[in-house]
Design a protein around this ligand. Structure first.
Ligand code: DGY
Length: 322
């Protein structure tokens, strides 16, 4: 009897074809998000699942899915998965590191440039038919070139963002839980500073850390108050690392100049105040969304699932047995 797997959200046909070579596949190609009860019902007889960041995989769910042996996220982030609960139930959990670094770094730069140069704000104004001619003071923005870029979280994606800053002749500062080797710092042309110095010196601060209890609201009222009033905040990491309510206050009061945000607390429900602000660029969690990268993410997750259920050793295992 082939093992059974559930593909919880829509994936590419090649991902399904690959999984079908190994398993009996149930898939939610209609892409309607499943409620926790629907998810448990669909997983009750399954040995494995291909999940996304929208599904909460916790002890309550796992208790209802006695056959489940592997949960393979189509994402590098895995804050939707309770790893401890998975380990307690002998469920392997995996993610998709590496394949999305470059696309996410590219998109971070799209947010930096769009925010600093007011691209979306001016485009909306033009589309609304408001442009009557060139003016010297029209949509004055902030220079990116020669500015100081601060990177909080210097893993693979943070490093890729840093390397791209060279073309803009920027000073690059970073803070990370662990300082990088001198060799990596050199290749990124980045200098390690304390968190306070990073907040105080950055003209553009970009965040690249996973979400966890330790990083919850790592940028809150106190941190925002340390930043320059002319600074720009960029978040393409995870909602929850920024205190959205405090960010909105800073943007309204003008104690922070602007923000470019791809992720939000409680997404897809946004704090409605964001929509009223002109000094924010808002995108719907698409930093990794290129055709090639999303295909690679889905296939990497599928390869993890096949390796987990056929050999017990997925390449990107997040919870190795102790
Ligand atoms: C990730 O991989 O964690 C991304 O946020 C998904 O787009």
């Amino acid at each position: 009897m082939p093992q059974k797997v559930l593909v919880v959200r829509e994936v590419f046909s090649e991902t399904l074809d690959y999984l079908a070579q190994h398993f009996e596949v149930d898939s939610n190609q209609s892409d309607t998000p499943l409620t926790p009860t629907q998810l448990a019902d669909r997983l009750v007889d399954k040995n494995g699942a291909l999940t996304t960041l929208s599904e909460r995989i916790d002890a309550a769910l796992l208790a209802k899915c006695p056959k489940l042996k592997a949960v393979c996220n189509i994402a590098v982030g895995y804050n939707n998965i309770d790893l401890k609960a998975c380990s307690e139930r002998g469920v392997m959990a995996t993610n998709t590191p590496g394949v999305l670094d470059a696309s996410t770094a590219d998109f971070t730069w799209a947010l930096i440039l769009a925010t600093a140069r007011r691209v979306t704000e001016s485009e909306a104004w033009l589309r609304a038919g408001q442009w009557s001619g060139w003016k010297l003071k029209q949509f004055l923005g902030t220079d990116v070139h020669h500015a100081t870029l601060g990177i909080l979280g210097m893993g693979r994606i943070g490093q890729a963002v840093a390397r791209r800053a060279r073309g803009f002749d920027m000073t690059v500062l970073y803070h990370n839980t662990r300082r990088l080797s001198a060799e990596v710092e050199k290749s990124c042309h980045a200098a390690y500073v304390s968190m306070d110095e990073l907040l105080e010196r950055a003209d553009i601060l970009t965040l690249h850390m996973p979400y966890s209890p330790a990083t919850h609201h790592i940028i809150g009222a106190v941190e925002l108050a340390r930043m320059k009033s002319t600074a720009i905040l960029i978040n393409a990491a995870r909602g929850g690392v920024v205190d959205d309510a405090m960010l909105i206050e800073a943007l309204k009061r003008g104690t922070l100049a602007a923000a470019g945000l791809d992720v939000f607390e409680n997404e897809p429900t946004l704090n409605a105040e964001f929509l009223k602000l002109k000094n924010v660029v808002l995108t719907p969690h698409i930093a990794s969304s290129t055709e090639a990268t999303r295909r690679k993410m889905a296939m990497t997750a599928a390869e993890n699932l096949v390796a987990a259920l056929t050999a017990g050793k997925p390449p990107n295992l997040l919870n190795p047995p102790l």
